[in-house]
Design a binder for this molecule. Structure first.
Ligand code: SF4
Ligand code: F3S
Length: 107
């Protein structure tokens, strides 16, 4: 099992999640973070830390978010590891909660 970053992280990227991960499995893209499923130990620590409620266990994904299992797996192999909290994206509060953000995902 793994935890998965889902759509509501896009254009927010609050990064609180990286601070608690004991095994450094978060990887950073331009406007989204992903979890490496091969590194995640299912500790559950990151899930409550996300201000955008974007992190879910793989088997508890909200309907329509299943595509993010594959996106986390793929993009975590391409993007660098992020281990330190940084400022959210400038319009994070505006984009938090907006639907259909996947079209804005920058790879
Ligand atoms: Fe890291 Fe634990 Fe979250 Fe997995 S569940 S990404 S190991 S903090
Ligand atoms: Fe994204 Fe939430 Fe982490 S918005 S960067 S998954 S704290």
């Amino acid at each position: 099992m793994t935890f998965v970053v889902t759509e509501n992280c896009i254009k927010c990227k609050f990064t609180d999640c990286v601070d608690v991960c004991p095994v450094d499995c978060f990887h950073e893209g331009p406007n989204f973070l992903v979890i490496d499923p091969d590194e995640c130990i299912d500790c559950t620590l990151c899930e409550p830390e996300c201000p955008a409620n974007a992190i879910f266990a793989e088997d508890e994904l909200p309907e329509g978010q299943e595509i993010f299992i594959q996106l986390n797996a793929e993009l975590s192999k391409q993007w660098p590891i992020l281990t330190e909290v940084k400022a959210p994206l400038p319009e994070a509060d505006i984009w938090n909660g907006k639907e259909n953000k996947v079209e804005f995902l920058e790879k």
